[in-house]
Ligand binder design. Structure first.
Ligand code: BGC
Ligand code: CA
Length: 433
């Protein structure tokens, strides 16, 4: 009821603005292809020239990590929105190391079975996803278990390594409070289900069951490439056994679990990413400078500061910065679906008329996209006057999604989250027809 009232009020105010003849015009010239987008007639713009944003899965070779620059520069209004994977990965690793150090220094036993080894297990999201690879490397690097191959840290899952013989990792060493511990990656595995879905929480829940049944007393720390899998392991085993568990994403449920022993998580600033995802499309459609409402305040006062994101021109990519969420600050992160205040001002509907956007998520079951990212997108689409058609994939096949992009001409712009980072051409091919 309150909500309905608020909406009516907003509508009245908008009407009043229109009636006053408020004519905010688009100023910019740089960073747009010009011709089109303000006409409101999607028919005049070829689909291949419409604004396109890749998000969350950066077009890249899943074997080598090399960026797919063809996809990233598909047209003049193509961008990627994600977060700084290396900065976040390092943060995750240090968060775990800090936790161990502080616990031992304050007299809390981490080495549960007293064998002198701090054993951890690691849930890997997708061995071909550069964010997942970065996080595996970040944890191994901080804990001293990393092994380099050709100048880069090996991110191959070990399977099980209870004897410490795997060649993908090595035993690390930590001296805390005068005691030296061995640090061992006891097990790690890509959490892919039998149908092929990656980052699969249920698979992680099963894996911790298997691992704990055979070497549970050796597991002192549980680490995960994301909170979806981390929480599955926490709920299945680690909470009941008092084993600190660390994830990534700062989903609301994971943040709340910090009160119950979840060790910590990383916010990848989804509130900033979701904004950027739609904002770059808005700017391209308005034909204004791409920095509008990003590094430069827009007519409604929306602006981001450089401590939450940066833009890399060479890769046409916007990257949000990460923040560690631990027992010390988790109270500030309890709701992961709140829009970021500095960019939460409603755009005027006259100056920024409604446009139609087609947007997909690669997997309806992905915890991060489903419980954090998409709710944020749904709030920003209102603020930015975008009418978004949301399509959720099955996490397994690209065609499940591309089949539902049968009529690109009905949309003004596109936001794409691929199942596999190699598959950009499946989408650009459709737009080029
Ligand atoms: C998130 C994961 C998510 C993945 C999907 C990552 O950035 O951290 O939780 O499953 O994106 O692509
Ligand atoms: Ca131990």
């Amino acid at each position: 009821m309150k909500r309905a009232l608020a909406m009516i009020l907003a509508a009245v105010m908008m009407f009043a603005l229109v009636a006053c003849g408020e004519t905010t015009t688009n100023n910019g010239s740089s960073g747009n292809t010009g011709d089109t987008s303000n006409t409101g007639d999607t028919g005049t713009v070829a689909n291949k020239d419409k604004p396109l944003v890749w998000y969350n899965r950066q077009p890249s070779n899943s074997a080598t990590g090399e960026l797919d620059m063809t996809a990233l520069s598909f047209n003049d209004n193509t961008y990627y929105v994600g977060f700084d994977a290396n900065q976040g990965a390092e943060l995750q690793g240090t968060m775990i190391l800090d936790y161990i150090t502080k616990a031992i220094e304050s007299g809390t036993e981490i080495d549960r079975n007293g064998d002198g080894i701090i054993g951890y297990v690691l849930a890997v999201g997708d061995i071909g996803h550069n964010d997942s690879i970065a996080r595996t490397r970040g944890v191994r690097s901080a804990l001293g278990t990393a092994v380099e191959v050709d100048g880069a840290i090996d991110s191959t899952p070990v399977g099980t390594n209870v004897d410490g013989k795997s060649t993908y990792v090595k035993d690390g060493e930590l001296t805390i409070g005068g005691t030296t511990y061995v640090v061992r990656e006891l097990a790690s595995q890509e959490m892919k289900n039998s149908a092929g879905a990656t980052w699969d929480a249920a698979t992680a829940g099963n894996a911790i069951g298997t691992w704990s049944a055979s070497f549970g007393e050796q597991i002192d720390i549980v680490a995960s490439n994301n909170d979806g899998m981390g929480m599955a392991m926490f709920n299945a085993w680690s909470q009941a056994n008092g084993v600190p568990t660390f994830g990534y994403d700062a989903n609301s449920d994971a943040v709340a679990a910090i009160a119950n022993g979840y060790g910590g998580t990383i916010s990848q600033h989804a509130d900033v990413q979701a904004y950027l995802t739609l904002r770059v499309l808005r700017n391209a459609l308005d034909g204004v400078d791409m920095d509008t409402g990003i590094g430069t305040a827009d007519d409604a006062g929306n602006v981001l500061s450089s401590d939450v994101f940066y833009y890399d021109e060479a890769t046409r990519s916007y990257y949000a910065l990460n923040v560690a969420v631990t027992a010390e600050n988790y109270q500030d992160f309890l709701d992961s679906t709140v829009t970021y205040a500095p960019v939460s001002n409603q755009l005027d509907a006259t100056a920024h008329p409604t446009k139609n956007v087609w947007l997909n998520t690669y997997n309806a079951a992905d915890n991060f996209l489903g419980s954090t990212y998409k709710p944020l997108l749904q709030k920003y689409d209102d603020l930015l006057n975008l009418n978004v058609e949301y399509v959720d994939g099955d996490g397994q096949t690209e065609s499940n999604i591309t089949n539902r992009l049968g009529n690109p001409s009905a949309y003004d712009a596109f936001a794409i989250n691929m199942v596999k980072t190699d598959n950009a051409a499946s989408y650009t091919g459709l737009l080029s027809q």
